[in-house]
Design a protein around this ligand. Structure first.
Ligand code: FPP
Length: 260
């Protein structure tokens, strides 16, 4: 697949070396709005459009899992009007996109504490998740009221409860067992993490799951993120040598692959 990316001329994307799972920290909505002399909420609205375009592009490319960090546990500390606007945008997104998700056979899932979301958002989310549960072409996984430390703590508590009930022995606890207790138990770890807006942080996102993920940072602000930016990130990913702690010779010979 040859792609004409401005500034890069012909960039080759290898169709058989696509990341199975892309996770994105969508950052820079506020700064985008400021640059355009607008209020922060206008930045989030434009950000929602970038979500639509990115979901479409990932589906066209054949990406199996796309996880978007849409609302963190820390985001509850933002001004009330911003929280309210973000909740409305989410509901609007679900209402407008549910038909398209169904048509394109995209399954919607979430990670995070969705009980904390505004009731109208939670109701709509559950409806769209139920409707799309049998879709198999792609998983769109929204991280909502999500924090990785909370996820790990919830997993530890559940493991301890299971231990007390005699369902889990301490000697049985290993990487595979811990993964079963995380919100992401039914998906592979991300192969590629993209963070927009020139910030170099993980911000409490998928701390366990990113252990061997390739990290890609771009200065592009999320509302400006386009298909060509996604392709650039995938192209950069395809230039990396993933060694998973082994030597280059070992991974060349054995073609180490990602778990699951
Ligand atoms: C970070 O930008 C972005 C968020 C906290 C919210 C992300 C939400 C959207 C992209 C829109 C709605 C989502 C969906 C799934 C429809 P920021 O506000 O922290 O930006 P700043 O760092 O420039 O202030």
């Amino acid at each position: 697949m040859f792609l004409n990316i401005p500034g890069n001329l012909m960039t080759k994307i290898e169709p058989d070396n696509l990341p199975r799972h892309i996770a994105i920290i969508m950052d820079g909505n506020g700064r985008w709005a400021k640059r355009h002399a607008m209020g922060r909420i206008r930045g989030h609205k434009k950000g929602a459009q970038a979500v639509r375009a990115t979901v479409t592009a990932c589906r066209e490319l054949g990406i199996e899992y796309l996880t978007l960090y849409a609302f963190s546990t820390e985001n509850w500390g933002r001004p009330d009007d911003e929280i309210k606007a973000l909740m409305s945008l989410l509901r609007e997104y679900l209402e407008k996109e549910e038909k398209a998700l169904q048509k394109r056979e995209i399954k919607l899932t979430t990670i995070g504490d969705i009980d904390k979301l505004y009731p109208a958002v939670k109701t709509k989310l559950k409806e769209v998740m139920r409707e799309t549960q049998n879709n198999r072409k792609m998983v769109l996984n929204l991280a909502l009221s999500y924090g990785s430390r909370d996820e790990i703590i919830a997993g530890i508590k559940k493991m301890m409860e299971d231990n007390l009930k005699g369902k889990l022995e301490i000697s049985e606890v290993n990487v595979d067992v811990v993964e079963r207790y995380l919100f992401t138990h039914d998906m592979p770890d991300p192969d590629l993490l993209i963070r927009t807006s020139g910030e170099y942080r993980i911000s409490n996102f998928l701390l366990w799951q990113l252990a061997y993920t390739e990290l890609y940072f771009t200065d592009v602000l999320w509302p400006d993120f386009k298909k060509e930016d996604l392709l650039k990130a995938i192209h950069a990913y395809q230039q990396r040598e993933r060694r998973f702690g082994l030597t280059g010779e070992q991974t060349d010979k054995n073609k180490v692959s990602v778990k699951k």
